[in-house]
Design a protein around this ligand. Structure first.
Ligand code: 13P
Length: 260
């Protein structure tokens, strides 16, 4: 983390979990557990259907409600999809773009990710853009080249001012939902590499302003070590964000890391 230059963000990705009723129960359970110190932004990205329920239940708390995806077009004949403007209109700020599950199951590509980022920025949303290598790609030793390609394609066409509004989440696919976390050193190496790519394309000021999160089996046991790394500015958390006590602890973690 480096709170002098950029935000620390602890974001949950609920994926396809919890009904509206369970969402409200989660909110009631976590509210009394939330730390008062504000060393990070706290976000939970929930299924579109439950955004309104989550907003209502978390109103007045420090947790912001985000979305898990959006469509790149502003409107039109795209049955089942939702546009950036619709999310902005109901008060959503953060939206996850290009999660590996969206890439794997819904044919999202680096090119559609680029278009979705454009749509999000145009609607004044903050995109959390997911990138990461598969196990085979890591075994081949091509992760640095791959990550550079993914990030550079994703942010193609963005001005430096727009780049600063993008959040990147490094999520190695082999660490998602597997209980297998990248070591803090492995995650730091890639997050620093991503920042170096942004520096090369833009400049040092832009690169140091971008928050880069780690995602992949992050939990209360490993978060402090990961967040202690200079280029890891938070987490995108799946499983552990579904448990009120665990997620409250994760929101508290940046302040603890900062205070040593
Ligand atoms: P897990 O924390 O469950 O591994 O999920 C990570 C993830 O995919 C967050 O987007």
């Amino acid at each position: 983390m480096n709170r002098k230059y950029r935000k620390t963000i602890i974001a949950g990705n609920w994926k396809m979990n919890k009904t509206a009723t369970e969402t409200a129960q989660f909110a009631e359970a976590i509210k009394p557990l939330l730390p008062k110190t504000r060393a990070c932004e706290a976000v939970i990205c929930v299924p579109a259907l439950n955004i309104a329920a989550a907003q209502k239940a978390l109103k007045g708390s420090r947790i912001q409600v985000g979305a898990e995806t959006l469509h790149e077009a502003a409107s039109g004949a795209f049955t089942g999809e939702m546009a950036a403007g619709m999310l902005a209109d109901i008060g959503v700020k953060y939206v996850i773009i290009g999660h590996s599950e969206r890439r794997q199951y819904y044919n999202e590509t680096d090119f559609t990710v680029n278009q979705k980022i454009r749509a999000a920025l145009d609607a004044h949303l903050t995109p959390i853009v997911c990138v990461g290598e598969s196990l085979q790609q890591r075994e081949l030793g091509v992760e640095q080249e791959l990550l550079a390609y993914q990030v550079m394609t994703a942010v193609s066409g963005l001005s430096a001012a727009e780049m600063k509004r993008v959040v990147i989440a490094y999520e190695p696919i082999w660490a998602i939902g597997t209980g297998k976390t990248a070591t803090a050193e492995q995650a730091q190496e890639i997050c620093a590499h991503i920042r170096a790519c942004i520096r090369k394309k833009y400049d040092a000021r832009t690169a140091r302003a971008v928050s880069i999160l780690y995602g992949g089996s992050m939990n209360t046991g490993n978060a402090a070590e990961l967040l202690g790394m200079p280029d890891i500015d938070g987490g995108l958390i799946g499983g552990a964000s579904l448990k009120p006590a665990d997620f409250a602890k994760l929101i508290e973690c940046p302040a603890q890391v900062e205070n040593g």
